[in-house]
Structures are given as C-alpha cells and as structure tokens.
Design a binder for this molecule. Structure first.
Ligand code: AMP
Length: 539
C-alpha cells in the first residue's frame, strides 16, 4: 500500500497564515467561504465532529492547534496538557482540512510569557464569568476571549465552530461576537460522548481505566436530573440535588459545582421555564472534568424541506391545520418587509436602505384559527402591532417580494425572528435550510420530494387549472431539472437533505395522502406531546 501524501498545509506563523489566506482568497473568482475550528490539540472524535461540520459547510477549513497559555491559571495543567501533534495532523488530513495553524506562544503573542506582557485583553461580561467555571478558574475566560478574538481577526472566517461541551465558553464567545459586531457566525456543535456517556475531552487522557469508569457518574447525574425534568420537575434546587445525589455514589468524584443557568445569558435560574443549562464540574484525583446537558421543554417542531415543486407549502399549511400548530410563514415575513419598504417609498434595490428599515420591523405571527375572515390565509401577521395579514397580499407586494427575499441582510434578521418561535416550539416551517440551519433540532424533519416527471405533470396541471399557457412536459421537465441543479449547487443555502430527515417521495400520492403520512409520522415520533431533549447537549 502506498503511503498517502499529506495534503493539509501546516502554518506555523501569523505571517504564513495571513499570506496563505490572502492567496486563497485572491485566487478565486467568487467569494471563498472559510470555516475555523479553534483547538488546543490532543484531538479526539469531539474535535473531529467540529472539523467535519466545518468541512461540509465551507470552501476552506482552517484548524488552529494552539495551547493557549493565558487561559490557564497558575497551578493548572498547562505544562502537562496532552499534546499529540502528529496524530492531530493525521486526523486533520483524514477529514480533509485545508490548513492547520500551529503557532508558538512567542509567535502568536509576541512574547514567551504573554500573561505578564501587558497585552490587550478581551474581558467578557462579569456576570457571565461569575458562574460555573468562572470563579474556579480566574483569568480563564479573559484568556479564551482574547485568543478567540485574535484568531477570528486573523482568519476572518465566515463560520467558527465550538463544542457545546464547553457550554460557558460557547455562550461567552457568542456574546463576544455579538457585542463586538464580529461578522463571523459562531456555530455550536453537540457534545460527542463515549458509549458510556463520558464526554470526550483531551483531559480524559489523564484518567486511568478505573477512573474512566468512575467519571461516567457525571453524565449519569445529569441524566438523573433529566429524568426528573421529564417527569415535570422545574425547580432548580431539586434538579441540582438529583445530580448531587448521584455524584455522591462515587466518592472518588469530588464535585466542584452543579449549577443551572440560562444557556445564553448564563443567569442562574430558580426554575426552568423553557430551557436551562445544567452543568457540573468535578475532580477525579488531579483531573478536573466538566459536563452539561440542556434541559428543554417545548412543543415539537416540524421542518419540511425539498426541491421546488414538491408541494412543500401546500402540505405544510395543511399539516399545521391538522395538528393545530403554527405555520411559520417565512414568505409572509418577507412580504411584510416588502410592504413596509413600499409604504416608505424606498427603492427596493437599495439594500442599505432596506437594512436600515429592519431595526424597526417587529413581526408577530399567529395561527389563523377558525376565524372565517382569515380562513384564506395560512397565518396572521402583525408588523409593529398593526395587522398586515391582508395588506401583504397586495399585487404590488407580490411583484417585489423576491427582490427583498434575496437580500442576505433581510434573511439574516428574519432568521433570528423565526428562531424565536423555535423557543416555545409548536411550529411547522417549510423552505430551504429549515432542517439544517433554522431548526436543526426539529423533532421531525421531512424531505418532501417527487420525481422530475411527476413534478412536471403537476406543474402542467396547475398551469391548466390557472388557464395559463401550457408548456410541454418535456420543456417543464427540463426546466425543473435545471432548477434542481441550480438549487443543489448554489452557494447560499443549497438544497440538501438533512442527515436526520425522513425522505417522503410523493409520486402518485395526492396532497391529502401526503398530509396523512406526515401527520402519522408526527404522531408516531412525537406523539403530539411536548418532548424534552438535551441528552447529548444538543440544542
Ligand atoms: P479544546 O481543544 O479543548 O480547546 O477544544 C476545542 C473545541 O472542541 C472546543 O470548541 C470544544 O468545545 C470542542 N470539544 C471538545 N470536546 C468536545 C466534545 N466531546 N464534543 C464536542 N466538542 C468538543
């Protein structure tokens, strides 16, 4: 067998990295999307999952391997932290990472002892450092925030990937990106665990076989609390006590804290309303381990994606009605912005003017319910407290909405508003990217599709029904095929079945039959009752 040549580019200096990225960006006609995965080395399957996701979502993937001295307090394990550079590089190579940035502390900070060199430091909000690991690791989050800000500034990635295993770090970095208006999207990835439940960590290398078995009690403790949560318990002290009691069964494990906080703000919670981050830190001998799960109580989410012409919107509306869920009508949201822009006499091509308008557009959707006045509408919509359900159907809006919907800033702002509905759940949404970007944790994802021939037939029938000029089946098939190809290869939100989506091929099925199938799947999967998730830290 011939040895595989290593293709990953190793960059050891800031200048090398800068030059490499400039070359890659220059040598490209369109924009180059870049994903960054910051690590401290000692790579394992947890890191691998971040790298694989970055690989799937970006043109160029940079992994940094840098044991950041300033995030270790004196007396912590900086000097013995697991470092496995040749295995790490092999892993990066296997995943198809493009470049690994592995500078020295001197090269990165301009000093061998950066902690005392009087560097500019990034200081996260005090309240976010006053909980969980903060009080036990003085200077840690300033060190993390500083290194991440420097890496984001150097690489200027479109996306940066972090594990939710370090939930406090993730919340702080998200906040940092928001507060400093950094353009990078901060992506959180689920915690990867061993079969035993033990969260993978570079520090697990410190554990003996016996300790590894004992360490699984952290996850068991979290699961004990989750069982109570599923049974309806909402009080933090009671949930925390469930973890404490489980940890108490293994005397070798010395808990440092068990806390329940809001997953984004990290504010301590007395009771868990919709979501809570339950986190634990404990010592096993000299080894400090952390773990967490998300406790979440919400109605299920149903996400429907699929190629154009598969009947997504008709099906989604009917399914929402049948199941009594809110049809999260993104099209109506784009219409509302269009209507507002037209009201204000804006030039809709002027993206800057539209962007400025967005701050004052607060949208509220509600199911149209049984009110006959709104029976024709999939959902009702208010813009800044004014009901616009009917106004946004005006032909002037219909004629212009695609201009507005194509503007990235509009999509970004509306995505945030759509995700707000995900907190309480109980929604059906259809469209591109719903199962992968908008609601990656939807309980049921359906990829609705039909053969090109079937979609052409349906299109032809629609044209006939609307008394529009009817094209030949061959011409329609050609157009649909072309659209599929464009949709699957386009740079923004390409058509792609989510890994965990159920494919439903609708050839030969009527709308009613498709709706029936989805309703059945939904009832089978989620039983129509609120579900709770977070077993592996996913959100
Ligand atoms: P570290 O090398 O420990 O700084 O980790 C680098 C990145 O990998 C961080 O974003 C971690 O949250 C993430 N990570 C570490 N362990 C895991 C895991 N078990 N599952 C998912 N992500 C992880």
């Amino acid at each position: 067998m011939t040895e595989r040549t290593q293709v990953v580019r190793i960059l050891k200096t800031v200048d090398g990295l800068t030059c490499y990225l400039a070359q890659k960006r220059q040598g490209r006609t369109g924009t180059l999307t870049v994903g960054l995965v910051p690590t401290m080395g000692g790579l394992h399957a947890g890191h691998r999952s971040l790298m694989e996701r970055a690989r799937r979502e970006n043109d160029l993937v940079v992994v940094s391997i840098f044991l950041n001295p300033i995030q270790f307090a004196p007396g912590e394990d900086l000097a013995r932290y697991p470092q496995t550079p040749s295995q790490d590089l092999q892993l990066c190579d296997q995943v198809g990472v493009d470049a690994v940035f592995m500078p020295t502390p001197q090269g990165f900070y301009g000093s061998d002892s950066p902690a005392s060199a009087g560097l500019t430091q990034v200081v996260p909000p005090a309240a976010m450092m006053a909980v969980l690991c903060g009080p036990h690791r003085p200077g840690h989050f300033e060190g993390v925030a500083t290194v991440v800000t420097k890496l984001l500034s150097l690489v200027q990635p479109d996306r940066a990937y972090f594990g939710r295993k370090d939930a406090q770090q993730f919340a702080i970095i998200q906040r940092l990106a928001q507060d400093l208006n950094l353009p990078t999207q901060i992506v959180g990835c689920p915690t990867v665990r061993e079969g035993s439940g033990l969260a993978l960590s570079s520090r697990n290398a410190y554990l003996s076989e016996a300790e590894r078995a004992e360490a699984t009690v952290l996850y068991r403790g979290l699961m004990a609390a989750q069982a109570k949560f599923k049974a309806g318990e909402r009080s933090s002290p009671v949930l925390i006590e469930a973890v404490d009691r489980t940890l108490g069964q293994v005397p070798a494990v010395q808990p440092q804290y068990v806390e329940l906080v809001h997953p984004e703000t990290l504010v301590p919670l007395d009771t868990v309303e919709s979501t809570g981050l339950l986190a634990v830190a404990a010592y096993l001998g000299q080894t400090r381990l952390i773990d967490n799960i998300l406790l979440r109580h919400r109605q299920p989410i149903l996400a429907i994606d699929g190629p154009a012409g598969a009947g997504k919107s008709t099906v989604a509306r009917q399914v929402a009605k049948r199941l009594g869920l809110l049809y999260l009508d993104s099209g109506a949201m784009y219409r509302a912005i269009t209507w507002k822009a037209l009201q204000q006499g804006l030039d809709l091509q002027d993206e800057v003017a539209v962007a400025e308008l967005l701050q004052d557009c607060h949208l509220k959707l509600a199911a149209s319910g049984d009110d006959p006045a709104f029976a024709a509408y999939p959902s009702r919509l208010w813009l800044n407290d004014q009901e616009v359900t009917e106004l946004i159907r005006h032909p002037s809006v219909t004629a212009q909405v695609s201009t507005i919907a194509a503007q990235p800033i509009v999509r970004k702002v509306l995505l945030k508003q759509q995700q707000q509905y995900g907190i309480a759940g109980g929604v059906v949404m259809e469209g591109r990217d719903i199962g992968t970007q908008v609601f990656p944790h939807a309980e049921l994802k359906v990829f609705l599709t039909a053969s090109v021939a079937e979609r052409a037939r349906r299109r032809q029938q629609d044209l006939k029904a609307q008394q529009l000029p009817v094209e030949s089946l061959a011409a329609l098939e050609h157009a649909i095929d072309d659209r599929d190809r464009k949709d699957s290869t386009r740079r923004v939100a390409p058509l792609k079945k989510a890994e965990d989506a159920v494919e439903l091929i609708t050839d030969g099925l009527s709308i009613e039959q498709v709706v029936d199938k989805i309703v059945l799947m939904y009832e089978d999967r989620v039983g129509g009752v609120p579900t709770h998730s977070g077993a592996n830290g996913q959100r």
